[in-house]
Design a protein around this ligand. Sequence first.
Ligand code: SF4
Length: 244
Amino acid sequence: MLDILLNLQVRAPIKFSLIAVNLDQKQPGFPEEVLPNYLRSRGVDFHIENQDTYAIVKRLIPEGKTTCSLCSRLRRGILYRVAGELGATKIALGHHRDDMVTTLFLNMFFGSRLKGMPPKLVSDDGRNVVIRPLAYVKEPDLVRWAEHREFPIIPCNLCGSQENLQRVQVKAMINEWEKRYPGRIDNIFTAMGNIVPSHMMDKKLFPFETMKATGVADAGGDIAFDDDESCATPSPASVITLQR
Ligand code: SF4
């Protein structure tokens, strides 16, 4: 992300400054010199925030339980605070397309809601604008770019809780789909920006309870059968009912 933002800084029609921030959570084996050395070599302003969140989650979360929710809450608070101290007006995070699709399924499977991860939104403390400049970039493209540019890679399993993460399992699921049906991740991602509230079931998004027939044809109305089912014989459940 930093590499791309540095490029954009030269080419974009807007002016912005950058400061790279890394939170050293004191996970065992974290190679603390790798990022500062790299950032220095690129001549980038940076700030390393040292906070032992690892010790906090280890103390508070029982062994064997997933530590991510507390860990990410701590990290979020620290990031917001540091952004304020540095005078930043935007917090850019490195999530990519595949992260956003994975989040959609995680929220669906474990939270019973259709909620993804937005490319731009005000943070939950109301004080920061969070942006995700890589939102439209596929993970495999980023992997190839990272190899090509020989970025220093820091392992992401130092906290020890990665393996059992539901995120890892959901990611494996969508990658398997992609292998069998190329283009599926892109289709899901496109669908996230193409929502039809009248064809979902959320009463907060569409006035199902008060709507009435208008007598005027509307292409956005119900077509009775989905396109790929339009040749099917109506089932008994689709018989017209009259309301008196
Ligand atoms: S994977 Fe590890 S570092 Fe990442 S949020 Fe979970 S506990 Fe924290």
